[in-house]
Design a protein around this ligand. Structure first.
Ligand code: ADP
Length: 245
């Protein structure tokens, strides 16, 4: 944790972007944004802008990676060099490799992988602009893209980060809060089923704070879940209207 050069919560209890502690940033989700992909989605969560393309189920290359009893889920999380203030190297960093794994593990429980043995499902995540919480926004968008690809799922996966800033639990950390806050807890859930598919924690939280964090995550996730469903519905309403995808 770094010492913050600025006050992150003002005297009225507002955060640096004007939000109250339990408010999420403005969220916008669209599905079916790429014609060439089998499924796709775009999310804006505050300043984060992320696009996801899904391909598959399709043949596995290299063939030896194929699994006899289920589909192989592959995820690639990648940040554009221009997505952060200082140019990020275009080659995959350790952080991107780790996040690719974390995101795959958060999505895996939701997909009926056993229905497609010996195939691969590829999820490409491109972060165009990053401002804290890209892993959670990526998971949220990727599950919409998977559903858009028509891949059978138990539920969508929805994710949000809960953090601690100046001793206060806050929902959906922005970049500065992420950088200077005391803790960060990304959580992903299958909202309808009530299962948690990702839980990470960085920083110190008491048992009481953990309980409260899950309650806050649950409330935020419900709101984002509605946006995910609307994004999927909108695409099919459009298809019904104009008769093509
Ligand atoms: P998440 O985006 O899931 O919160 P991190 O906690 O690792 O993941 O990163 C927090 C934030 O730090 C990112 O959302 C981004 O705004 C910023 N960040 C990450 N990598 C870089 C980088 N290479 N250069 C500048 N900022 C970065």
């Amino acid at each position: 944790m770094k010492i913050s050069p600025i006050k992150l919560i003002d005297e009225n209890g507002r955060r640096i972007d004007g939000r109250l502690p339990h408010e999420i940033r403005k969220v916008k989700i669209e599905s079916g944004v790429l014609k060439n992909a089998d499924g796709s989605a775009y999310i804006e969560l505050g300043n984060n802008k992320i696009i996801v393309a899904v391909y598959g189920p399709r043949e596995v290359y290299p063939k030896h990676q194929a699994l006899a009893d289920r589909a192989l889920l592959r995820c690639r999380y990648s940040m554009a060099p221009f997505s952060v203030e200082e140019r990020k190297t275009p080659s995959p960093t350790r952080r991107e490799i780790e996040l690719s794994k974390v995101i795959r593990e958060a999505l895996e429980p939701a997909i009926f992988l056993e229905e497609y043995p010996r195939t691969a499902i590829d999820v490409f995540i491109e972060v165009l602009e990053a401002d804290g919480g890209t892993r959670t926004a990526s998971i949220t968008a990727a599950s919409v893209a998977l559903a858009d690809a028509g891949i059978p799922m138990r539920d969508l996966v929805t994710a949000i980060a809960i953090g601690k800033v100046e001793g206060l639990l806050v929902v959906d950390l922005n970049g500065l809060e992420d950088q200077y806050g005391e803790g960060d807890m990304p959580i992903a859930m299958m909202p309808q089923l009530g299962y948690v598919t990702l839980f990470q924690a960085d920083g110190r939280f008491t048992a009481e704070e953990l309980k409260e964090a899950f309650k806050l995550a649950n409330d935020a996730i419900k709101k984002i879940y509605e946006e995910q469903k609307q994004a999927l519905k909108r695409k099919y309403l459009k298809v019904a209207e104009i008769g093509e995808i």
